[in-house]
Design a protein around this ligand. Sequence first.
Ligand code: AMP
Length: 191
Amino acid sequence: MLNIVLFGPPGAGKGTQSDKLISKYDLQHISTGDLFRKHLGEGTDLGKLAQKFMDEGNLVPDEVVIGMVDEKIKAHPNVKGFIFDGFPRTVKQAEALDELMNKKNTPITIMLALEVPDEELKKRLVSRGATSGRADDQDINKIENRIQVYKSETIPVADYYKQQNKFVGVNGVGAINEIFEALSKEIDAKA
Ligand code: AMP
């Protein structure tokens, strides 16, 4: 199995690159942001719980995220692999993911980290806000908070995978296809 953690700050291009990697490697996509937005749209209890965190650009509590991912993994027992997008975002989530995958005997293969400077991220998120309809893309204060939360709570997750020799950084600025080629090269080298 090929299990990829696609890592990077908000606006790094994780969603765009996930779509391309899924088609190329035939993987099951697990995007926690997309799953929360689906719950929000359907007005479920989980959606209502997540909304107040999402609207401010803060992280939804670990237990809630981990439970949702566990369910999603179990719903796809026969896939060729998973691509985790926007998850794990805390070390506690990374530890929980290892536990879930080790139980299946299919550990994480690689963490690919898209590297993009802050100013470029802000530019991309403001421009996405014009069409995405996402509340958290509309307001520069919320955008800056999300980047701040990434730095304080999520960056340590990169160290967690560095310790396992699974971390690979990739330049996330440039043409979409060039970035995709760079990611594919790293996957092929590791798989
Ligand atoms: P995203 O689409 O990945 O930018 O996620 C949008 C929002 O959903 C985040 O700002 C968080 O409020 C919430 N969220 C998504 N994934 C996670 C996660 N792994 N842990 C905690 N909160 C998350």
